[in-house]
Each structure stands twice: as structure tokens, then as C-alpha cells.
Design a protein around this ligand. Structure first.
Ligand code: PLP
Length: 361
């Protein structure tokens, strides 16, 4: 059977070692006679899993004690609502508009009556192919927060440097580059991410929130209230227990590998190989401004729709799957998250070379 390399933007490839460990423990976790899936979320054995997951994540990302870790549900998409609902009290929330996901975040925030939304900068004029300049002085200290999407999964751009705002917290949708870029947590007030790219299975959402942002606000539904989830250590209702367990295995895998510095190095090598080929290619081009390129999601095109479709189907036959680009950008997209192996990038580049020779690049 041909080996499959999964370039999906999410749910995405998980480390083989993590899958094997989960498989070996699947029926009988640590001699409990139960699968993790069958355990009460209030049992001490599960609470240990939760604590181990939090400890490993704190260690990986260097998360200080004044930040709370939450494992929630509803995807990153529910955070588009929870963030403005919890963090704003008749104030203005500023958003940097860098792609399809930030657009959705903006549109959800606008639906909340006590929130005024202001667009701080946008790159929509060029189909979100770059990260716009941000005037840090244009945000008043009364602002609720500034929201950015650190990595734009669909468009393939990412912030290379973070903006800083005096007295105004930075909120980040880090869904597609959490744990694969080196960030200082102290630069953020709140970080959220859907799990299905670099953390674990879909259905789990991570929120990291600084303690001073848990302020009093209008009465909101318990399930939407960060304070309730913090007070109950993510156990207010039944969480995605198996997802938390898988995330714990993933965090431990990354720690054993050498943590964020090691994975950043690997991710730069993987993306560097592909970008280098694209930059020298006569057939393939990158639609993204060079200075803003993501190391996690890499779109590329031939400029000819039929040729792109041919590339996608021939790639699939070789085991290079899920490489079709998002419809808003077209062409192809290689998502190279932490668990994606270098040999898969090498195989892709070899195929691109052959394809280029055949199609007169
Ligand atoms: N934000 C970004 C940057 C994403 O890439 C995605 C999904 O791919 C989302 C938000 C939405 O995440 P979810 O499907 O978990 O709601």
C-alpha cells in the first residue's frame, strides 16, 4: 500500500507515537480496567490526566501562574463569541482583519449588543495575501482588547512580529500555529485554539486567559462564562475527556522531542524546503507576500485551474492527500503542522519537480 502523507489543514496528522500509545492504552488505561473514554470526568484517575495535560502545556509554552488553562468545547468558532461577550463592557474591541477566520470573528463580535467593533487594519484589498501595518498608537487605552489571528490557515500568512498595545490586552486566535511557533505568553491577554491541528482531535478547544481578564460583567450563560469554567477547572460540565487525554499525549510527545525550540527548527526546515522549491520554480508560485509567509500553511498555484486539478489528483494517487487549496485562494495548500514528517515534504517536492518538467515550466 502507498504510504499516505496527509496535508490537511485540519483535522490534521497526529504524531504516530501518540496514536500508538493511545492504541496500546485504549482498552485498559493504566490497569484501571477501563478505556479513558469510559471514565468519570470526576474520577481521580481522569483528574490526573487533566492535571498532567495542564502541567505539560505550561512547561511547553512557559505559561506563568497568573494564566488559567481551559479545555472547552464549541471549537475556535465559539471563542469568536465568548471573547467579546466576556472581555467587553460597553467598550470598543479592535480587530485586525487578515483573512476568512478573522472576518468570522469580527462578524460574530458585531452581533453582541454591548460591543462596538472597530477594524484596526485589513489586508482584504489584496485577497489577504499579506499582513497589514498596524498603528499601535491608534488604539486608546480604554479599548477592551485587540484581536489578531496569528496564523491565517486559509491564506497562508502569519504575523512575524506581534503588535504591542500599552494597557490593552492582545487576544489571539492561535488555532493553526499554537505550539509550532515560539511565543512569549506574557505578550497576550488571551489565546484560543481549536485542537485539531497541533493539539489533538477535533472537539476540544484550548483557552489560555490572564487572571485579570476574569472581571465582572453582565450576567451571561454559564457555559459561555470563562469565570465559571475557571472556577470549575474545565469540569463545569462533562468535557471532551478523550480529547484532553489525547492532548496530554501530544504535549508529552512534544516535550520529549525537545519542546518548542526543536519543533520550530523542524518546521522551518520543512517549510524552507518547499518555499525554496517554489521560489525557484518556473511553474509554481506562492500567492503570499514573502515577508509574511506562514511556516504552517503553504498555498501554491500553477496559475492554470485545470493544471492545478491535475496536480491534485496525481498527487493523491501518489499518497499526497488533502492538498487542494481552499476555494477562496485556489490552487494547492500544504499544511505542515508539527506531526507532519520531513519525508512527506521531500516526496511532495520531488513530485512538483516531475510535474514541472512534464508541463513545460
Ligand atoms: N480560526 C482559525 C485560524 C482556524 O484555522 C479555524 C479552523 O480551521 C478556526 C478558527 C475555526 O475552528 P473550529 O472549527 O474549531 O471552530
Amino acid at each position: 500500500m502507498t504510504k499516505t502523507y496527509n496535508f490537511s489543514a485540519g483535522p490534521a496528522v497526529l504524531p504516530q507515537e501518540v496514536l500508538e500509545k493511545a492504541q496500546s492504552e485504549f482498552l485498559n488505561y493504566q490497569e484501571s480496567g477501563m478505556s479513558v473514554m469510559e471514565m468519570s470526568h470526576r474520577s481521580s484517575i481522569f483528574e490526573n490526566i487533566l492535571e498532567d495535560a495542564k502541567t505539560a502545556l505550561r512547561q511547553l509554552m512557559g505559561i506563568p501562574e497568573n494564566y488559567h488553562l481551559l479545555f472547552l468545547q464549541g471549537g475556535a468558532s465559539l471563542q469568536f463569541t465568548m471573547v467579546p461577550l466576556n472581555l467587553t463592557q460597553n467598550q470598543t474591541a479592535y480587530y485586525v482583519d487578515t483573512g476568512s477566520w478573522s472576518k468570522k470573528a469580527i462578524s460574530e463580535a458585531k452581533k453582541i449588543p454591548h460591543v462596538t467593533v472597530s477594524k484596526l487594519a485589513s489586508s482584504e484589498d489584496k485577497n489577504f495575501s499579506y499582513i497589514p501595518e498596524i498603528d499601535e498608537n491608534s488604539v486608546p487605552s480604554t479599548a477592551a482588547y485587540v484581536h489578531i489571528t496569528t496564523n491565517n490557515t486559509i491564506e497562508g500568512t502569519s504575523f512575524q512580529t506581534l503588535p504591542h498595545f500599552k494597557d490593552v490586552p492582545l487576544v489571539a486566535d492561535m488555532s493553526s500555529n499554537i505550539l509550532s511557533n515560539d511565543y512569549d505568553i506574557n505578550d497576550f491577554g488571551l489565546i484560543y485554539a481549536g485542537a485539531q491541528k497541533n493539539i489533538g482531535p477535533a472537539g476540544l478547544t484550548l483557552v489560555i486567559i490572564r487572571d485579570d481578564l476574569l472581571k465582572d460583567h453582565i450576567n451571561i450563560s454559564n457555559m459561555l462564562d470563562y469565570r465559571i469554567h475557571v472556577k470549575n477547572n474545565s469540569l463545569y460540565n462533562t468535557p471532551n475527556t478523550f480529547g484532553i487525554y489525547m492532548a496530554k499525549l501530544g504535549f508529552e510527545w512534544l516535550l520529549a522531542k525537545g519542546g518548542i525550540p526543536e519543533i520550530v527548527k523542524e518546521n522551518k526546515e520543512k517549510s524552507g524546503l518547499l518555499y525554496d522549491f517554489i521560489d525557484h520554480s518556473k511553474l509554481f508560485t506562492s500567492p503570499v507576500a514573502q515577508k509574511d509567509r506562514s511556516i504552517n500553511n503553504i498555498p501554491f498555484l500553477t496559475g492554470n485551474k485545470e493544471l492545478d486539478s491535475k496536480f491534485v489528483s496525481e498527487a493523491e494517487a501518489l499518497g499526497l492527500v488533502n492538498i487542494k487549496g481552499h476555494r477562496s485562494v485556489g490552487g494547492m495548500r500544504a499544511s505542515l503542522y508539527n506531526a507532519f514528517p520531513m519525508e512527506g515534504v521531500e516526496k511532495l517536492v520531488n513530485f512538483m519537480e516531475t510535474f514541472e518538467k512534464e508541463h513545460g515550466g
